[in-house]
Ligand binder design. Structure first.
Ligand code: C2E
Ligand code: MG
Ligand code: MG
Ligand code: MG
Length: 279
């Protein structure tokens, strides 16, 4: 009786597994053609100054218009881009597009605008990544201090030596290097003191805990850590006024999240966030 039940269970599991595998293969195949079909776009989400909500810049977030009615968010397909190595080509395209967009906005709308771009560990591994960044800055006319590159902790864990050297060069070029999703991969904490970085992006998990006392203390401790190391910080995932107010009590820093604005198509971003357009 028991055995039968468990074999039923296994059969059911097998069926759903093969469906999942098929779905994955289809998705991979579609993903390989997405670039040449022009289905990728970049959305921009505001990053603001906590004390007065002032717009500082935006993070570039990849989107995939898979079909006319399906717009996928990065979380749904970036892991696949990483797995297949496609992230290197797509990531370089994001960097170029985002730098051009930011240079344009600095000229037309917002002279102080800064842009943050996510960089995959695989891009960082490439020996000519630094050259690539230099070229992109030169071609777009964007000054290095207007560009921040976001690198996850895992990139530093997996390739500590290579990553260190590359980050050092980028940091010395005058652009900002930041650790993304900070606080979700503890183990690199010991290396933080001597990493050539400029700032932390504190993971949205911490913003989610701001409602309770221990969560607030935890977040405050991380803010103090970044202050002690003279690193800038952005708290990600702010969704409510209360969360914002709690953070304001912890010091002057930056924030990002749905409360300040959703990731938007560049035209919508300009309409929503640049004064000139609203008037
Ligand atoms: P991330 O760099 O930590 O980006 C923030 C993610 O949180 C985005 O998801 C954004 O839409 C979401 N988010 C922003 N505010 C809120 C909020 O208030 N609440 C909640 N619940 N979520 C919020 P998205 O666009 O799906 O991106 C997911 C991840 O994919 C990014 O995490 C980043 O690691 C990666 N990614 C996105 N674009 C690129 C890219 O161009 N290249 C690379 N290598 N990775 C990218
Ligand atoms: Mg990011
Ligand atoms: Mg993040
Ligand atoms: Mg993330």
């Amino acid at each position: 009786y028991c055995a039968k039940r468990s074999s039923d269970h296994i059969m059911f599991y097998d069926k759903s597994m093969s469906d999942a595998a098929e779905h994955r293969l289809k998705l991979l195949n579609d993903l390989r053609h997405a670039m040449s079909l022009g289905q990728f776009s970049i959305y921009y989400q505001p990053i603001v100054q906590l004390k007065d909500n002032q717009l500082l810049g935006a993070e570039a977030l990849l989107r995939w218009q898979k079909t006319s009615h399906e717009l996928l968010e990065a979380a749904d397909f970036v892991p696949l881009l990483e797995e297949t190595g496609l992230i290197v080509t797509v990531g370089n395209w994001v960097l170029e597009q985002a730098c051009q967009q930011a240079a344009h906005w600095r000229k037309m709308d917002y002279p102080e605008f800064t842009i943050s771009v996510n960089v995959s560990p695989m891009q960082l591994e490439h020996l000519d990544f630094v050259k690539q960044v230099k070229m992109t800055l030169k071609n777009s006319g964007l000054p290095p201090q207007a560009l921040a590159l976001e690198i996850t902790e895992s990139a530093l864990l997996n390739y500590p030596q290579q990553a260190r050297k590359t980050l050092e060069k980028l940091h010395n070029m005058g652009l900002k290097v930041t650790i993304d999703d900070f606080g979700t991969g503890f183990s690199s904490l010991s290396r933080l003191g001597n990493m050539p970085i400029d700032g932390l992006k504190i993971d949205k998990e911490f913003a989610g805990q701001l409602e309770n006392l221990r969560g607030r203390k935890l977040c405050h401790a991380i803010v103090q850590l970044s202050q002690a190391l003279e690193l800038s910080y952005v708290v990600e995932g702010i969704e409510t006024e209360q969360q914002k107010v709690a953070l304001q009590g912890m010091g002057e820093g930056k924030a990002q999240g749905f409360f300040f604005g959703y990731p938007l198509h560049p035209q919508q971003f300009a309409l929503a966030h640049f004064q000139k357009h609203i008037a």
